[in-house]
Design a protein around this ligand. Structure first.
Ligand code: ITT
Length: 186
């Protein structure tokens, strides 16, 4: 088994990485289990923040970091890299603000972006970006997943990420970035 340290403190992301990578023979270990501190995310882009997190964790091991977020057209692409900070732990309140902005703008377009950065023990990095276009639901729905899943409907679907369960990982922004990572590793 190839051991891969995932430099995330987000249990929802870690669960998705396990689902995506363990069947392919990776022993997926979370940053929390390894006792890593969370670096400050000072980058202006998903790719920059993913690189900061990956390099902070790759001390003599190979580490994979994920920086991701929801970009809403009615919020001029926000909250984007600030997605975790925009919710500040209160997702229902963040959903209300996003729904109100979409209604005011009569524009429900949104996309999820995931930047993955693989850092090798020598500090070499490779970055992969996956995106999923979609729209903001009229109201939150569904109970699976994490974060903004209850308000995002991916293109081609009528249900939110949070209603898709395991199917999310067949089409998600994260799954698309992981597909590129796997092609790189092969
Ligand atoms: P780490 O930095 O430790 O990985 P984090 O949650 O702080 O954890 P980010 O800085 O990348 O990670 O913030 C991403 C936020 O975007 C995350 O907290 C969610 O609010 C949201 N997000 C990202 N991917 C998501 C997904 O698949 N479903 C729902 N929300 C997601």
């Amino acid at each position: 088994m190839k051991r891969l340290l995932i430099a995330t403190h987000n249990p929802g992301k870690l669960a998705e990485f396990r689902g995506l990578l363990q069947p392919l023979g990776f022993d997926v270990v979370g940053a929390e289990a390894m006792g890593f501190a969370e670096p400050e995310e000072t980058g202006a882009t998903f790719a920059q923040n993913a690189r900061i997190k990956a390099l902070a964790a790759a001390n003599g091991v190979m580490a994979l970091a994920d920086d991701s977020g929801l970009c809403v057209a009615a919020l001029a692409g926000g909250p984007g890299v600030l997605s975790a900070r925009y919710a500040a732990g209160d997702y229902p309140a963040a959903f209300s603000r996003i729904l109100a902005a979409c209604e005011a703008a009569a524009d429900r377009r949104a996309k999820f972006v995931c930047a993955l950065c693989l850092a090798r023990p020598d500090g070499a990095t490779a970055t992969f970006i996956g995106q999923a276009e979609g729209r903001i639901a009229n109201a939150p729905a569904g109970a699976t997943g994490f974060g903004y899943d209850p308000i995002f409907i991916p293109e081609g679907f009528h249900t939110t990420y949070a209603e898709l369960g395991a199917q999310k990982s067949t089409i998600s922004h994260r799954a698309r970035a992981v597909a590129q990572l796997l092609a790189h590793l092969r």
